[in-house]
Ligand binder design. Structure first.
Ligand SMILES: Cc1ncc(COP(=O)(O)O)c(C=O)c1O
Length: 440
């Protein structure tokens, strides 16, 4: 049995619900010209129209320095780890630096950062390891608002007799039903898995409260921060969660992912691993040879965040302080875009916007919008928009419980419009104008 009955300390840093709570007073707004100049792919056009990347929730674009770091690694340091020669040593050093950069991004120590191919495989690796100690009589709580990557890996433990309970969400505003979640957590609960933000409808969950509820019951908390990471500051220490996973390709890095695990858990739990692999953390949690060139890209991605932050706050005293400032600038910018987008979308007749629409509650959502239009499928809409240079997504984007609960799964899911910090007010206006033409 897992030794989970721990005391329940108050969350460090007080209430840490929404990104606003992290925002420092901003004097320098986001330098959007500089931001966009960093991302070469943004300059593309489609059918003579400037491309508008509204597909951030599926994966963001990368700054030039990430591209350079990946090709630079392959040109100069391409080697496996642990060898007694120059390029291998450079690789070891670079991976250590990337880990410590991600430690600053998440606010944890470098040896608490596990690098993996993607969030899904990291979560399966962790569910298998945690599941070693679980069986009949143990329970796990998941939510119906989550991406399937924070659902199915835990559901898989039903094979061992574990009961997996799913907390509901409120279909009117697509927010987590916290009372239901609290009811599902019992003294049999061993783990609570929850998303920081919904990749389908943009809701930001009160994860600090979920972590508190889990801890109070003696259960572990596992946070899926994949969708939240490009929008809000992650502070693993202040959150005091046990695990938190995110994918670097959603916050301007390469196609990889990282998992924060509290050192004590990474040391105590037994990973499924190959025998010759080291027993030391975090390496014992990393399967096979990693994508070293992309790890070089992860380091460059954090350097991008750092530079963005130093431009927003030139007196930032550390890399972490710069990342905090970057998030504050991003939050301010995305908020303006979000207000414009929601005002525009809700003014289009026949268009239904899901999730929070009340301006007073915009701190509880990020700039990700799920919409449906009478008489047109999401795929038809995405195709028409795609021809005009707007890159949106259609379907369930693996948040299949959400589309099923809202009864849109059989009719094509949603059209998803996702904004990140490199999007502009002009792009929002263009999108709204195009939608206005397409919808009538
Ligand atoms: C909220 C959320 N969680 C998890 C995932 C899965 O991430 P990965 O592709 O790294 O496995 C995604 C991917 O879209 C996501 O949006």
């Amino acid at each position: 049995m897992l030794p989970m009955k721990r005391p329940a300390p108050a969350p460090a840093g007080g209430k840490i619900f929404f990104p606003m709570a992290h925002a420092q007073p901003m004097t320098i707004p986001l330098d959007l010209t500089w931001v966009r100049s960093q991302f070469p792919s943004l300059a593309q056009s489609v059918n003579g129209q400037a491309a508008v990347f509204l597909d951030g929730p599926g994966g963001t674009q990368v700054p030039q320095r990430v591209i350079d770091a990946i090709s630079g690694y392959l040109a100069h340091d391409n080697a496996n780890t642990g060898g007694a020669y120059h390029t291998s040593r450079n690789t070891d050093r670079m991976i250590g630096e990337a880990r410590s950069a991600m430690g600053d991004f998440l606010n944890c120590d470098a040896d608490e950062v596990v690098i993996g191919a993607n969030m899904t495989s990291l979560t399966y690796a962790m569910s298998m390891a945690i599941g070693r100690d679980l069986g009949p009589g143990d329970e796990i709580v998941v939510t119906l608002l989550d991406h399937d990557a924070n659902f199915s890996p835990w559901k898989a433990l039903e094979e061992k007799g574990v009961i997996v309970r799913a907390a509901k969400f409120n279909p009117v505003d697509c927010t987590l039903d916290m009372a239901d979640l609290a009811r599902q957590i019992t003294n049999h609960t061993r783990l609570v898995a929850v998303g920081y933000a919904s990749n389908a409808v943009g809701t930001i969950n009160d994860v600090a409260e979920v972590v508190r509820l889990a801890r109070e019951a003696g259960a572990l908390s596992y946070i899926d921060a994949v969708h939240y990471a490009p929008h809000g500051l992650i502070d693993a220490r202040a959150l005091d969660c046990d695990f938190l996973a995110c994918s670097t390709y959603k916050f301007f890095g390469p196609h990889m992912a990282v998992l924060y695990g509290k050192r004590a858990h990474l040391q105590r739990l037994v990973p499924y691993k190959l025998r010759p692999n080291t027993n030391s953390i975090p390496n014992c949690w990393e399967w096979g040879t990693l994508n070293h060139e992309c790890i070089a890209g992860i380091k460059a991605c954090v350097e991008y965040w750092e530079e963005l932050g130093r431009r927003a706050n030139p007196s930032a005293a550390s890399r972490r302080a710069a990342i905090v400032a970057a998030h504050a600038a991003i939050h301010q910018h995305e908020r303006v875009l979000m207000e414009k987008m929601i005002a525009g979308l809700t003014a289009i007749p026949g268009l239904k916007l899901y999730g929070i629409r009340d301006r007073q509650r915009f701190d509880e959502r990020c700039a990700t919008f799920a919409v449906r239009v009478d008489g047109q499928t999401p795929l038809e809409l995405a195709t028409k928009l795609g021809e005009r240079g707007f890159f949106t997504w259609d379907g369930n984007y693996y948040a299949i419980n959400v589309t099923e609960q809202l009864d849109v799964e059989r009719s094509g899911g949603f059209l998803r419009i996702g904004l990140v910090h490199y999007n502009t007010a002009e792009e929002v206006e263009r999108l709204l104008a195009a939608l206005g033409e397409i919808v009538v």
